[in-house]
Design a protein around this ligand. Sequence first.
Ligand SMILES: Cc1cc2nc3c(=O)[nH]c(=O)nc-3n(C[C@H](O)[C@H](O)[C@H](O)COP(=O)(O)O)c2cc1C
Length: 166
Amino acid sequence: MSIDPAKFRQVLGHFPTGVTVVTATKADGTPVGLTIGSFTSVSLDPPLVGFLPMVDSDRWADIDGAGSFCVNILGADQGELCWRFAKTSIEQPFEGVGWQPSALTGSPVLDGAIAWIDCRIEHVVEAGDHVFVLGRVLELEHAAPEHDPNPLLFFRGKLGDFRLQA
Ligand SMILES: Cc1cc2nc3c(=O)[nH]c(=O)nc-3n(C[C@H](O)[C@H](O)[C@H](O)COP(=O)(O)O)c2cc1C
């Protein structure tokens, strides 16, 4: 049975995700970043996380070349960054964006991210038109609880934020 691609996207769009920007630093020092919703926690012992970029993505090729990456979990007020790092038409997505290199891999840690996870690429597995990237967690941090972090969420093609049930 063949699956209609539009229906596939529509149905899978009903699964809400958080929004991350996966960053790395190329050998020439240029930062690279890509919006990723397919981020997931994988294993605690050893500490592993994963995400799925498109197999032919130029920015994934840059991250793969770097051998390491940092996952930046975006806050509810960072919707602009979500679109900025998703559009290939924006050639300099880091222009005007505040960031610091992580201590261990030098990957950009974006200002205002509610959490970040710095990783070394452990394994890359073919997965259809995507690849599954498994990262070994080297260092991680989250925003201070008193900042009351609220995540950016993606659902049916639109951005929103998290609300506690009454
Ligand atoms: C909220 C959101 C989540 C996304 N998640 C993924 C993802 O998990 N994997 C992926 O390959 N692309 C994802 N994208 C698309 C990429 O950010 C990017 O637009 C696409 O890969 C094209 O750029 P490239 O060819 O340079 O990679 C997402 C886009 C948005 C807006």
